[in-house]
Write a protein of this length. Sequence first.
Length: 450
Amino acid sequence: KLSVLDNKFDLLAITETNINETHKNLYSIPGYTSIFSSKYPNKHKGSGIGIYLNEHFTGSIINELTMICPGIETLFIDVSHKGQNFIYGVVYRPPSGKLKTFFQQLEKIFSILANKETGVQSIICGDFNVNLLKSDPNKSKFENIFFGNCFVPTISLPTHEKPGCDPSCIDNIFVSDVDNVVGSGLLSDVKISHHYPTICFYDILDPVAQNDSVTEECVPPRYDYCETHIIEFNSQLSHKLSAEEFSADELGFAKFIECINSTMENCFRVCPETLKKSRRNRIENPWISNGVINSINYKNFLYEKWKKSKNKKNKMGNSQLYEKYKNYRKKLRNLIKSAKNMFYSKKFDKCQGNNKKTWALINELRGKSLSKSKCSFLVNGDLVKDRRIIANEFNKYFASVAQDLNENALKSENLPITPIPDFVSFIGKRVNDSLFLEPCSITELERIIN
């Protein structure tokens, strides 16, 4: 099947290989580097994991994330391509494995991933043997573990079909950055045993390509889904849908999608200039309502009015206007504080029973939450977002500060510079004669006493 494809997959993952690592060369694929983990000892069937990596990529096994246990088998590799790094992992849970142990090991894996270098994208795929199409506590627990660590599934179709059994979605591909997913699905015409192969097209741009594709508008769009905007969106969309006609074909569907997208952009998108005026908005502070924003604007109006009343004779301005502004500002602060307390109280109620989310919320209030912003710097006129390049440029700058200052000083005719002598001149003369003291002996002591 792979030989007839025009474009090769960059990564292939296989579970239940039933072979050991030493036999991986027997199952090599041209154009790929094979990375295998051995099967569980004394288990002849339903064990072993293999990864085939495109020969243009480089990968190394992450030992702390790779394990072979009765209830779970994992194989994680650190992949590098054109200066871009990401983590690729394969997980297999035997149907007979205990779910409690499996969930504990997953939590351990995510705790290790959280301590890895921030910003590195991760992909986790495999046969989890947890049916996402079935509603039960185990499925909810499984989803909470992945969602709680910002991983999103890309497969929602039945991946396993067996005569006499209901179709189930037990194979999946989870990604840490869903915005980079171009598409995903199943290869329905290729069925291996009772499983359908799952595929995911994931766009990982190298730093050069990212810099070339940067436009003048580097600030990502921001959207405000407040109640007022939702009502406006429903009104505009209803009007457009009643006024437009959509044909029952691909063109009609594309027109329908374009209608929804344009209405969302018109109703929910926030102007960047609005965000720069104040941090008190629903983007930065979700507890700020439209009424609070109107109150903030009125407070600013009172302040400007009092400010205009100040002059040389009366530097404090109109006392009545100042008192009115001060009292209104005090009430507004209490109002914003109450809105914030109510907002987080509701969030804590939703996190009740989930310690991970509760502590994440506590750290957010303490200002200890991880920043998701991706910094960018201008380097030689080019906008650079790659952290390694930024770090190297900072190192070059600070390492060359002294040299640049000396060169600028030497170019100046009015500033005499005495050259720094060689470090050898600071070293004193070598002493050829040395002093040695012999240790005291019993004979010497007796001689001195007598």
